[in-house]
Design a protein around this ligand. Structure first.
Ligand code: ADP
Ligand code: MG
Length: 316
C-alpha cells in the first residue's frame, strides 16, 4: 500500500534568536547593543525535516511546542517548507523552546530554554502515525529525556511496523552518553554520528578503535568528518568518500543535519552506500554555501543551482 509520507521525523523544535554585531560579549550588570537580530526556526531536527522536504521527500514531523508566538513561528516555517505538521503536539503547560545566540567575532555564547521539547513522551508516538511513513528519523535524543528513556521501545515499534530507521544522537550536553547501544543499534538501519560524537559515545580517542567497538551492533553507520567528507561502515564494508570541498564556508550550521537529509534521500530509494555518502557530502557542502541551516535550500532549484555553481555537479 502506498504510504502517505516518505519520512517521519521525531525530534526537538525551537526557535533561534540570533544577535550579531556585538561590541563584546555582555558583562554582568551592563547592557550592550546588537547591530542585527534574526528570529528563525532552530533545531537540528527541523533543519533535517525542512531540507529533506526541499529535496523532494514527503516529510511529516512529530514533536512538541507550546501555544505561543514561538510555536506559531515553528509551524509557519515548517509549513513553508511543505513539512506536514499535523502530528506536532501543542502543549498547554509548556512553552516553545528557544535559543538566544550571541555572536561576537569568532566567539559565540548561547542560552537555551528547552521548554516543550523536554516533555515529548514515547506515549505521544502512536502506531497509526508511524505506519503512515516508510522511514523514521530520530534526532537529538539527549535534549529529549523522555524520548531517550524509551528510545529502544520507539525503534522496536518502528521496526515492527516495517519502517526503515535512522538516528542522529547529536551531542550530549551532560557528556554521560548513557544509551544502551547493544540493544538500540541493531534496530537502527542508519546510524549517523559525527567523529567527535562517536569517540565520546565509545570512550575511545582513536576513531578506528571507536569504530571497532560499535561495529558489532550496527547495520549501516555514516560518520561525518567535516571538511574531510564522510565514511560509511557496515559489518563488511569501510569506505571513505571525499568531500565537495567548500573553501569559502558561510557557516557550518546544520551541515550534519543536511548531510543526513541527503544520505537518507538516497537510502530510501535503495541506492548503494557510496552513492548515499556522495549525495550526503554534496548536500552538506551546499549547506555551507549560505548562512544558517536552510539558507541554501530555499527550493530544489536553489539547491541544484548551488551544486552546479559551487561544485560543478548536475543534480537531476
Ligand atoms: N567545509 C566543508 N566543505 C565541504 N563539505 C563540508 C564542509 N563542512 C562540512 N561538510 C559536509 O557536511 C557533512 C557534515 O558536516 P559535519 O561538520 O561533519 O557534521 P556535524 O554538523 O554533525 O558536525 C560532512 O560530512 C561533509 O560532507
Ligand atoms: Mg550533528
Amino acid at each position: 500500500m502506498e504510504k502517505e509520507f516518505d519520512i517521519l521525523v521525531i525530534g526537538e523544535l525551537n526557535v533561534d534568536l540570533i544577535l550579531n554585531g556585538l561590541p563584546s560579549l555582555p558583562e554582568e550588570g551592563k547592557e550592550i547593543l546588537a547591530e542585527e537580530m534574526t528570529l528563525t526556526l532552530g533545531s537540528s531536527s527541523a533543519i533535517f525535516a525542512s531540507n529533506a522536504s526541499t529535496l523532494g521527500n514527503r516529510v511529516a514531523f512529530l514533536g512538541k511546542t507550546g501555544i505561543d508566538m514561538f510555536g506559531d513561528l515553528v509551524f509557519k516555517s515548517l509549513n513553508e517548507k511543505k513539512v506536514d505538521t499535523h502530528f506536532i503536539i501543542r502543549s498547554t503547560s509548556d512553552k516553545t523552546g528557544a535559543t538566544i545566540v550571541l555572536n561576537f567575532d569568532e566567539d559565540r555564547a548561547m542560552v537555551t530554554y528547552a521548554g516543550a521539547m523536554e516533555t515529548l513522551m514515547a506515549e505521544d508516538i502512536k502506531e497509526n502515525q508511524l505506519s503512515k511513513a516508510r522511514h523514521m528519523h530520530v534526532s537529538s535524543i539527549f535534549l529529549q529525556p523522555e524520548i531517550k528513556k524509551n528510545i529502544v521501545f520507539i525503534f522496536r515499534m518502528a521496526k515492527d511496523l516495517g519502517l526503515t530507521t535512522s538516528l542522529d544522537i547529536q551531542w550530549d550536553p551532560d557528556e554521560k552518553w548513557d544509551i544502551d547501544v547493544e540493544a538500540l543499534l541493531p534496530m537502527v538501519d542508519v546510524f549517523l554520528p559525527n567523529e567527535t560524537e562517536l569517540r565520546a559515545l565509545t570512550g575511545e580517542k582513536e576513531i578506528n578503535k571507536a569504530i571497532q567497538v560499535i561495529r558489532p551492533f550496527i547495520n549501516t553507520m555514516a560518520i561525518k568528518m567535516g571538511n574531510k567528507g564522510s565514511r560509511g561502515i557496515t559489518k563488511d564494508k569501510d569506505i571513505t568518500v571525499k568531500p565537495f570541498l567548500n573553501k569559502k564556508v558561510a557557516d557550518a550550521i546544520g551541515a550534519g543535519d543536511t548531510f543526513n537529509a541527503g544520505f537518507i534521500t538516497q537510502f530510501i530509494k535503495g541506492e548503494p552506500l557510496d552513492e548515499c555518502l556522495r549525495f550526503g557530502n554534496l548536500t552538506g557542502a551546499v549547506n555551507t554555501t549560505e548562512a544558517g541551516g536552510t539558507g541554501a535550500f530555499s527550493s530544489l532549484e536553489d539547491f541544484s543551482n548551488r551544486a552546479q555553481r559551487f561544485f560543478g555537479v548536475e543534480v537531476n
